[in-house]
Design a binder for this molecule. Structure first.
Ligand code: DGL
Length: 275
């Protein structure tokens, strides 16, 4: 059983791709809707809430949990891996979603913390993410180590997760997205925009709106596909976590299941779970 955790419904974008990639695996999803969004919370709160979520999934037989939340991964992953997990269940694993994205953007493996000699990458790349993910510096630092010539632009998107979770209509969402894109564009300073990182798992739900607001030639890195590919590689080298199954999906929320129907993406009906 593989666990997938997010502060709310954004991780469903990752789960959907995982289910497509691994149709025979069983998945359990947990969205901490009662405490979402995490993007405005303190680091300690994010660590505590994420730990509780991972613990709940591991108690439900998930030996491997994917933090399908950039904010939780950026702020809490290392602390959980080196603290709570190492102290309590060292045989289990927690993975995040930043590592595969950094590898995809830079084309450099996580194990290489130096840029290749011939690295002449001087694109502009814009990261759209929550304020907390950006404040953590995780993307910035890891990309700079591997691709120092990239003009890395960071654009926090306050209110976007809240609006998606709140079921806002396409028009207000399009206005928000266009505003964030407009605010980021002046930072290109002559280095052409090559790519865009949607560094929040909620944002694939509005990827079409980013696409419409961005210049046509800007690539958008798709986190669900990149994470699914990375998990495929991981399970090849760690087959003990590919437990197999019958393609069963269960979904839990710390919030009200009835209010989530619009966001459940048809993957599973949410059941309530108190942490
Ligand atoms: N989906 C989460 C992420 O990837 C949203 C975080 C939040 O709840 O603010 O960052």
């Amino acid at each position: 059983m593989i666990g997938v955790f997010d502060s709310g419904s954004g991780g469903l974008t990752i789960l959907k791709e995982l289910v497509k990639t691994f149709p025979d695996q069983d998945f359990t999803y947990l969205g901490d809707h009662a405490n979402a969004p995490y993007g405005h919370r303190s680091n300690q709160q994010i660590v505590d809430m994420t730990t509780k979520g991972v613990d709940a999934l591991m108690k439900r037989d998930c030996r491997l949990v994917v933090l399908a939340c950039n904010t939780a991964a950026a702020v809490a992953l290392r602390t959980i891996q080196q603290g709570w997990l190492a102290d309590n269940i060292p045989e289990n694993r927690v993975l995040g979603v930043l590592v595969p994205m950094v590898e995809a953007v830079t084309g450099v493996s996580w194990h290489h913390t130096e840029p290749p000699q011939d690295n002449k990458d001087d694109r502009s790349v814009i990261l759209f993410a929550t304020k907390k993910t950006i404040e953590s510096g995780a993307y910035r630092e890891e990309v700079a180590k591997r691709s120092p010539g990239v003009n890395w632009i960071e654009k926090p998107c306050p209110g976007l997760v809240d609006a998606i979770e709140g079921g806002a209509g396409r028009r207000p969402l399009a206005g928000l997205v266009a505003g964030f894109v407009d605010e980021a564009m002046p930072f290109l300073v002559g280095q052409p925009l090559g790519s865009v990182v949607l560094g929040c798992t909620h944002f694939p739900l509005v990827e079409d709106l980013f696409r419409a607001a961005l210049p046509d030639d800007a690539d958008i890195y798709s986190q669900p596909q990149i994470v699914a590919e990375a998990l495929r590689d991981y399970l090849v080298s760690h087959p003990e976590f590919a437990s197999g199954g019958t393609g069963t999906i269960r979904a839990f929320t710390t919030g009200d299941p009835d209010s989530l129907a619009v966001l459940d993406m048809g993957l599973a009906n949410f059941e309530h779970l108190s942490l």
